[in-house]
Design a binder for this molecule. Sequence first.
Ligand SMILES: [Zn+2]
Length: 219
Amino acid sequence: MTWIWWILKSLKTEIKIVLATLVVFIFLPAISVVVVAASGIQLVGDALASLNPVTHLIEIFDTKGNKIGDVSVTTNWPTRGYVSDEFGTFDAFRQELGLGKHTGIDIANRNGLYGEPVTPFMQGTVMRVDMVDDDACGINVKLRHDYNITSTYCHLYQAVNLPKDTPVKPGDVIGYMGSTGASTGAHTHLQVAIYDIPVNPRIFLVGEPEASSVTIPTF
Ligand SMILES: [Zn+2]
């Protein structure tokens, strides 16, 4: 990449402006798509899952708007700690880093300590255990649930190496809180999606997570 830098340095300002404009135009469609997708997440998500105020069940819809099932609300937060970032936030650092809106909910350890066990927020089966810290989600586990619902638990210090399709339920340990991937401190990013479209996990989760009991690092 050094040669690109060298060319840029030796170019006249006018040519630099022309080049910069060209780059913006080339990437404009991609930028627009990202912006539209980010602002559309909340609207689309709300149409896929909503709480019925009469039955107190969460109704799940397919992408055509047909109801495909009911799910009970749960108090099974996937880990202990406190909610440090809600779904759908779009803070300055996200804008600066070119990230979209927050696609999940963050549960963090107040003392920045690793090791709080992470457990499924509802019963399901293992879709993927990613033990390699090579993307924004870091070491993570993805689970499949009924009605095309999935849940992903990111930034783990360590994932339990469960084979694909292993049935799991709340209480089973699938990993431990850490800070792998794009993370600045010990937390678990819980992402819940329907048809791979992120929805607000608070639709399913009532109350707040239990306070963490980890006072010294587990690792
Ligand atoms: Zn997050």
